[in-house]
Design a protein around this ligand. Structure first.
Ligand SMILES: [Fe+2]
Length: 194
């Protein structure tokens, strides 16, 4: 088989890091990379000053962004909170807006937060062994709602879909996921800037 992304070696999934074939993450985000993304900016700045730990990273095999290909990898969100807001990814729309995506929860406990440009909000809890189907047109963000466990999800989507982070950075999501009395809760984002 002569296809650059058909590999003879097995594509392994590592219990702790997600995709096992990658030596290093394709991208990582620390407190210093997420200025103004959390409601409590003072708490975020404090965590940046106190060691600037990793919030999330992801691993992928670099499938080219070509029509017909499937991009896939694993996203890893480490447990923790900024104020009472759980660790999360920046979140994005796809540049080809009407592009769906599958996330399969390999480990941990999370929430997938989704919203359409028109303001329809969906959120779905993800536990180990469960998948979430993110419909086309919905921005999506993974949130780790466990106090102790790392959230590892496997994702796959059309490789030419692209990522649009800009509108989320400017406006945020309409809803936030926070800890209240030991469990997760969805609240309105008081800073949402539509
Ligand atoms: Fe996506």
């Amino acid at each position: 088989m002569n296809h650059p992304f058909y590999v003879e070696t097995p594509i392994k999934f590592d219990e702790n890091t997600g995709l096992g074939n990658c030596e290093k993450p394709a991208l990582e985000r620390r407190y210093s990379n997420m200025k103004n993304m959390y409601l409590d900016e003072e708490a975020r700045a404090g965590k940046e000053a106190a060691g600037d730990d990793l919030i999330y990273n992801f691993y992928e095999l670099g499938v080219p962004e070509k029509e017909g290909e499937l991009a896939y990898g694993t996203s890893i969100v480490y447990p923790g909170k900024v104020g009472n807001e759980y660790h999360m990814t920046n979140g994005h729309f796809h540049t080809i807006l009407d592009t769906a995506e599958i996330y399969y929860c390999q480990a941990g406990h999370g929430v997938m937060m989704m919203e359409s440009p028109e303001g329809d909000v969906l959120y779905k809890e993800m536990k180990k062994g469960e998948a979430v189907y993110v419909p086309g047109r919905y921005a999506h963000r993974s949130i780790n709602v466990s106090e102790t466990e790392t959230l590892i999800t496997f994702y796959v989507f059309r490789a030419d879909a692209g990522h649009d982070y800009g509108s989320i950075k400017e406006k945020g999501f309409r809803k936030l996921v926070v800890e209240e009395e030991g469990s997760w809760k969805v609240i309105d984002n008081p800073r949402w800037n539509g």
